[in-house]
Design a binder for this molecule. Sequence first.
Ligand SMILES: C[S@@+](CC[C@H](N)C(=O)[O-])C[C@H]1O[C@@H](n2cnc3c(N)ncnc32)[C@H](O)[C@@H]1O
Length: 254
Amino acid sequence: MTARYDQHFLIDKNAIERIAGCADVKEKEVLEIGPGNGALTRALLDRGAIVHAVELDRILCDELADRFFEEIQKGTLTVTHGDATKCPLPPFEMVVSNLPYSASSKITFRLLDLGFSVAVLMYQQEFAERMAAPAGTKDCGRLSIMVQTYATVQRCFTLPPACFSPKPQVHSMVVKIVPRPPIFGVNDRKRYADVVRALFTHRRKTVRNGLRGSSGILAPEWTKRVIDALPGEILQSRPEELYLEDFATIANFV
Ligand SMILES: C[S@@+](CC[C@H](N)C(=O)[O-])C[C@H]1O[C@@H](n2cnc3c(N)ncnc32)[C@H](O)[C@@H]1O
């Protein structure tokens, strides 16, 4: 059960308070993905949030319904049983969650598509470091580029395995994601996302070869024209060597 659902519950009260305190949640509609046994949920409710919790494990949902009977009656908490990578999500403004690590990527992409004012999310430390890695550095990847195009990513703090029960094998990191308009204009968000995906599908290839091999994602006729038009230094680079501006230059080509 633990492995299947990524269940590592926060037991360190100080850590729980620090996470809940990373954003001003008072009277805000806050989405919590994977509330587990409700430790973070309780801290958010105590700070005046209206919490919408989405949990995959039905048994935990039933336990939450008992534990938080009063809050559910008052309307300050809703508990939805579902898979947050694909189930309909209740309306929300902010997100505060200790995410299931195996679904971190899917859930983050989904949240970025849906939009929010602030997200305070806990990830496996390595994953969070990659997400925060600046464009043009060897650790950056598709997620870093997509998140940093539309938001700022702030590393808040790390937590050791001892803060959880059962203890995970990895350290965790809390990050704060705050959306902002892209610094370099993105004319077509889908085209931009497709370009980033296509290039990082072949991260060892140069941009020229990555674009040539991207026919399942980008229209071959468009890629042929963009290859002819791009400057040599972009075409000869690998995706991890590009800056956000370069991805915009490629994707904005018409
Ligand atoms: C790392 S635990 C965090 C639990 C709790 N928030 C805490 O901090 O103690 C992840 C939680 O996400 C739930 N979960 C796993 N996959 C999920 C999914 N796809 N959608 C929603 N919840 C999921 C697990 O059942 C578990 O309760």
